[in-house]
Structure formats: C-alpha cells, structure tokens
Design a protein around this ligand. Structure first.
Ligand code: AMP
Length: 397
C-alpha cells in the first residue's frame, strides 16, 4: 500500500470547483435532531478554510447515518450546514438534493470563496453501491476532488473512491496526517515498534495481529481478548471472555511470534470479579489461575509494570483496544496506566480509533499523543495493511 499521496497543497485549486468529501456523520439528539458533538465538523475546518482562502468554490459532501438510499428528513444535513456556517463565520449554501436540479444549479452558480453543502450522500442508492453513473454525476459538479473523510476510506463508495475516476483526486489535511503518521509507522517505524492490542474480541483483531507479526518488534495483548490467548497457553480463565473457536489461532500466533523473534506479552495478573458489573469487588489473581467462578476484568499491577516497561523502551507505539472494562471505574486502572505510559514516553504514539481513542480522551491524555486516528473501522483496516479504496484512488506523489 502506497501512503505517499498528493495532498491539497500539491495541486492548483484557486478558482476551481472542488468536491470535498467530509465526515459530517455527527451524533444527534434523537428527539430534537440537535447536533450533540460537533468534533467532526470542527476537524474539517482546516481543509475547508485553506480551500476558501485559495479562492476555490467548495462543494462539500458527506453521509449521515444509514438512510439506505432513500430520503429520510431526520437524516438531512441541513443542521450541519447551519453549524458549519457558525464555525466558519460565513454563509454555507445548502442543496436539497445530492446530484439533482437544486445541487446542479447551486454548484454551477457557486463563486470562488463560497461553500455549498450537498444533501446526505446516502439518500442516493448509487452512493454505497459505488454506481459509476452516480459517481460521474457527482464528479460533474466539480473540477477537483479532495478526500478528507478518513472514517470512510475503507469503503469503496461513489463519493470515497468512485469519483476519483473522473477528477484529479488528492487528500485533505486530515487524511494527509493519517497517512503520514500511521502510514509512516507501518512502512518505516522508529524502532522498536510496540503494538498494544486490547478490546473484547480476538476475532475482530485477527487481521491486525497477522499484519503486526510481520512488522512489530513487540506485541502486547490485554483486554478481554487476552483470556483466549491465556487459555491457549494452558491457563485457567474462569468465566472470562473466551472465543473457543480461536484457541488454535492463538496457539499458531504464539508459535509464529516465537519463530519470527517477535516478543508477545500477555497478562501475568488480573483483576477479576464474580459479576460483570460496575460495583463488583475487584480481586487480584494470577492470570493463569483465575478461579472457576471469576472473570478477568482488567490487567493487574505486575502486568501494568510489564506492559508499561515495553512502552518506555519503544520508538513507536501503536495502541488499539482498552486493557480492561474501562467503562467501570474499578476496572479502568490498566487502561489508564497504559494511556499514562504512552503520554510520558518519548516515542511516536498512535492511538487507533474507537474505544482506545475514547478512553484516552476521557482520561485527559489526548493532547499528549502524537496522533489519535479518527476512523474506527478504517484504522483497523489500515493496521491490517489492507489496501484502502479511498486512499488507493488518490494521486501518487
Ligand atoms: P472492542 O470494541 O473489541 O475494541 O472492545 C472494547 C470493549 O472491550 C470495551 O467496551 C471494554 O469494556 C471491553 N473489554 C475490555 N476488557 C474486557 C474484559 N476483560 N472483559 C470484558 N470486556 C472487556
């Protein structure tokens, strides 16, 4: 996978109509429709401001929710246009359709320095099908395509990949940063490269483990997924999370790590509980000898020491998935200690999207990480070394 892609500063945009794919998939209040978190809109501002300063005419587009190819008024992007307008301090025109008469008329009349937001891309059945006719219609509104929605680059949709067949395609600043930092860490990491994996399931991280075994120096496994590894190693794991059908896979991965000289670290002690609840009393036990009626909920202090020592010696740390049930304060300590170790170490630190990103933000360490990836599924597929359609379609540098 080539991560060295042209970006918005590499091509002339001045005076051009630019189709900008944003990620405005914001959470909304179910009753009132009000935007409850505008982080994604705020994150899009640097690319939008750059384009407007360059006197491009910006035609922004995004999906919102899952309307599945039909018009759903509650999933209209109109509230996003209003919020974007407040943040930019300038009018954001809004088209009531995506490639229909209103969009075509407003896009055609759009002047340099103006911005238009199209209606929800997923109101069109051709979007998720990557229908070439729809992609062509979308592309025909503009002269240049800028992709800045990292959260959807793993999807081959019309607005994330299809349009690049008809327009010169480059990244915006958000995707540029993801490619530079995550791509750099995978292609040419500052070593040792330490990968920390956690979360609930081995099965959702198989592709990531496979790929990291080829490139990492150390793989640290915590969270619910660690117990299937511990069982595969002959441990007693009580009622902890277990994926019975992944035991052979875990054995294979441990052998593969040994053969490749990759250090694979597992928990040595565990905070367990009798019930999966916030008020359960934590008990510290040996990770290989969890009592039959207890489940592992977080890593213990010896494990924290072992895992954070690996972080302290790292050149690059990639972290995806919490170390325990961090939603319950009594079992958040392992995740917090790992977050703290990343914040304090001098390494390049990259936090994959999803729960570990949420944990780092919630615990107040966000601004001490080199990079927090903005895409959950996209970050995982990135770490799997998969070709991402929304990146592959961009012009090479
Ligand atoms: P994932 O979505 O696979 O990244 O998993 C994240 C979830 O894993 C979080 O909601 C955590 O509460 C959960 N988790 C982490 N450790 C454990 C554990 N030991 N037992 C059960 N769930 C866990």
């Amino acid at each position: 996978m080539n991560y060295n892609k042209k970006t918005v500063t590499d091509i002339p945009v001045s005076g051009k109509k630019v189709l900008l794919r944003c990620d405005f998939n914001v959470p909304q209040d179910k009753e009132t429709g009000a935007i409850t978190d505008d982080k994604r809109i705020v994150a899009s501002l640097p690319t939008i401001r750059y384009l407007l300063e360059q006197k491009a005419a910006v035609i922004a587009c995004s999906h919102l929710g899952k309307p599945k190819g039909t018009y759903k008024p509650e999933l209209s992007l109109a509230p996003v246009a209003r919020r974007l307008s407040e943040l930019l301090g300038q009018e954001v025109l809004f088209a009531r359709d995506v490639v229909g008469e209103d969009a075509r008329t407003k896009a055609a009349a759009l002047q340099p320095g103006q911005i238009l937001l199209l209606e929800n891309l997923r109101f069109e059945p051709g979007e998720e099908k990557n229908d070439p006719e729809f992609a062509r219609a979308l592309a025909s509104l503009a002269e240049v395509y800028v992709s800045d929605a990292f959260g959807t680059v793993h999807r081959a949709h019309a607005s994330t990949a299809g349009v690049a067949a008809y327009l010169p395609a480059v990244s915006g600043f958000l995707i540029q940063k993801e490619l530079e930092i995550m791509g750099g860490a995978l292609a040419d990491p500052k070593r040792p490269l330490v990968a920390i994996l956690g979360g609930s399931k081995v099965s959702s991280k198989i592709g990531v483990i496979d790929h990291l075994l080829d490139i990492a120096d150390t793989i640290v496994i915590g969270g619910g997924m660690a117990y299937t590894f511990l069982k595969a190693r002959g441990g007693s794991i009580g009622t902890s999370l277990l994926e019975e059908d992944r035991l052979d896979y875990c054995r294979e991965m441990m052998e593969k790590a040994g053969a490749k000289g990759v250090e694979l670290l597992l928990p040595v002690d565990t905070l367990c509980a009798g019930t999966f609840s916030a008020d359960a009393q934590p008990e510290l036990v040996d990770a290989m000898a969890i009592p039959d009626d207890r489940m592992g909920m977080d890593i213990g202090p010896k494990t924290v020491e072992k895992f954070t020592a690996a972080v302290r010696g790292a050149g690059t740390v990639i972290w995806n998935g919490p170390m325990g049930v961090f939603e319950f304060p009594a079992f958040a300590g392992g995740t917090r200690a790992v977050a703290q170790a990343l914040a304090d170490c001098g390494a390049v630190t990259i936090v994959g999207g999803g729960d570990s990103a949420a944990a780092v933000e919630q615990m107040g360490f966000a601004d001490r990480m080199t990079h927090i990836s903005t895409g959950g599924g996209a970050s995982l597929e990135f770490l799997e070394g998969k070709e991402l359609p929304g990146v592959a379609c961009l012009l090479d540098k």
